[in-house]
Every structure is written in C-alpha cells, then in structure tokens.
Design a protein around this ligand. Structure first.
Ligand SMILES: [Zn+2]
Length: 302
C-alpha cells in the first residue's frame, strides 16, 4: 500500500505535465475502479485546465478550472505513468519516455489522460482498489473522504504541541496512535516503524505515557523519514513506481522495517562510548500490533 512518500513521489512526477495544463482527452475503459466513476466523468474533466496539483494524505488532488477537484487514490497497486508524445523528453528533473506501442491499451490500463504538455498519463491498477472521483473544490474538507482527517505531518502546523495534545491521555500503543488517520494523515506502517526507531521510542509504549521531552525528537523523526523517503522516490516493495516508471529506492535505507532477526543499525553517532562502531548490540524484532507487523529494536527503543 503506498504511503505518503510514495503518493507524493507520484504527484511530483505528474506535476510538470498536469499543473497549468489542459486535459485534452480523458478516456475511461470501464465503469468503475473500487467504486463507480462519477456520472459523465470524462465529460466533466475533458477540456479543463489543472490549476494546481496537490496532495492530502494519500490522495492526489487536481484542482480543475471548472470548480471541481479530480481526486485520485492509488489504492493498493495503482500506478500513474507519464509518457511524452513523439520522443523522450526532459521536463525539470524528470525524463519521460515516449509512449510505447499500445500504451494505454493494456488489460489493466483503466484511465488515460492526454494533456497539452503534451503528455499521456495512464492509470494502471491490476487489483483495482484505486479510486477516481470529482468533488467540488470548495467543499473538499467536508467530503466524506477528507472530513475528520488529521494534520499533514509535513505541514508547519505539525509541531510538538500538536502531537502532545493528540496523544494526551491516550491508552493505545504509540504505534497505533501514529497510524490513526484522524490524528496524523498519511502515515502508514513502514514510516511509523522507521520514525519510532529513529526517535528511540518503543512502539509498545502507551501514547499518553510518553514524556513531553521525548516528543520533539519524534516529530523531527517523522518529518525527516518522510522527507528522506520522498527524496529517494518512495519505497518499492511491490507495485510502487514513480510517474517516470522508475522504482523508488528508500527500501534500501530501512533501518528496522522488514529486518527481523538482523542486527540493529543504531548509528555510532548516538553511542555514548567513543570508538564504539555500533552502540546497540540488539536484534530487530517483529511483533504484530492491531493486525500489522511492527519492527523495532527492543534494546534501544524504550
Ligand atoms: Zn538497537
């Protein structure tokens, strides 16, 4: 399941060919994804200019000049692939390949957009848990998809005071609290495990029992791990690909996730003993919390 960094990576790759550009063609190859497309989906989007391409939690939002916002969710396996017309093209830091023969006609190519960049954008989703819908831009926050959604962890408002208030009195483990989308939007299993490791906090610790002075490093760890993952193009464990088709690279930088039974990677800089190469001799452990795997080091996360 793509988390915030993977969705942001896709958004960044779509931005040069969508933002400020007109959707010159919109084709849907079936009536539904996870849910049916809204009535007249192609008619309501074709000819519209994309004013801004934003992200909220794990949703990509294209604000159209019609006053509606095209809401895209990648689900489990959705991909947005960008192809340039004619030949390979570089726009900013992205290189888009030219569309191969039959691009957009594949069995799982469910939606094809053409823009005046010019570019072809293909939404491919073999498990079909993705979603595309249209919501009045002015009413997005009240829509059932977004109502009650928590703060964006990379926003300026996500500070220690916010987290302290959100966790106050909570008797659930910190891991579960950080996954609660009503508190923080877009955080998922991988990045919560990684952030808790970086902050040295046990995933089992009750959220409301964490001392206040331990919260600033946790806020910083959450922001840092998300930023690092976005810079690496996200993590490709199964289906995630950037809009250029390239896989993400952050899976090579996991410190705990998926590392059960391996030595802890707590860096030497956090060691008290000078000259100690690895400060922690612990072994990464996997436990199950609320049905999800948690990876952590019992020795240095308390
Ligand atoms: Zn450790």
């Amino acid at each position: 399941m793509p988390e915030l960094p993977e969705v942001e990576t896709v958004r960044l790759g779509l931005q040069p060919v969508l933002e400020g550009h007109v959707l010159t063609e919109v084709v849907t190859r079936r009536g539904d994804l996870r849910v049916p497309f809204p009535a007249n989906f192609a008619g309501r989007t074709k000819g519209c200019k994309v004013r801004a391409l934003r992200r909220r939690a794990k949703y990509i939002l294209a604000d159209l000049d019609s006053g509606e916002t095209l809401v895209i969710h990648l689900g489990m396996s959705g991909r947005m692939s960008v192809y340039s017309e004619g030949k390979q093209r570089r726009i900013g830091s992205y290189v888009y390949d030219k569309a191969p023969e039959g691009a957009g006609n594949g069995k799982h190519d469910h939606v094809v957009f053409e823009t005046d960049a010019p570019a072809r954008i293909i939404f491919n989703d073999h498990r079909r848990f993705g979603l595309m819908t249209l919501v009045e831009t002015d009413r997005l926050d009240e829509d059932k998809l977004f109502k009650g959604m928590g703060i964006e962890p990379l926003s300026a408002g996500f500070i220690t005071a916010y987290l302290a208030k959100a966790l106050d009195g909570k008797k659930t483990p910190i891991k579960s609290a950080l996954l609660d989308q009503r508190l923080i939007a877009g955080l998922g299993n991988i990045y919560v495990c990684e952030a808790l490791f970086r902050a040295g906090i046990s995933p089992k610790k009750l959220a409301g029992s964490i001392r206040h002075e331990r919260l600033p490093p946790l806020v910083m760890a959450i922001k840092k791990v998300l930023k690092d993952a976005i810079a690496a193009g996200g993590s490709t464990l199964r289906d995630h690909a950037q809009a250029t088709g390239d896989p993400g690279n952050f899976q090579h930088h996991f410190l705990v996730y998926g590392r059960e039974g391996k030595p802890c990677k707590r860096p030497a800089s956090s060691s008290k003993a000078v000259g100690d190469k690895i400060s922690c001799k612990g072994t990464v452990k996997r436990i199950v919390q609320a049905g999800r795997s948690t990876f952590y080091c019992p020795k240095c996360q308390a």
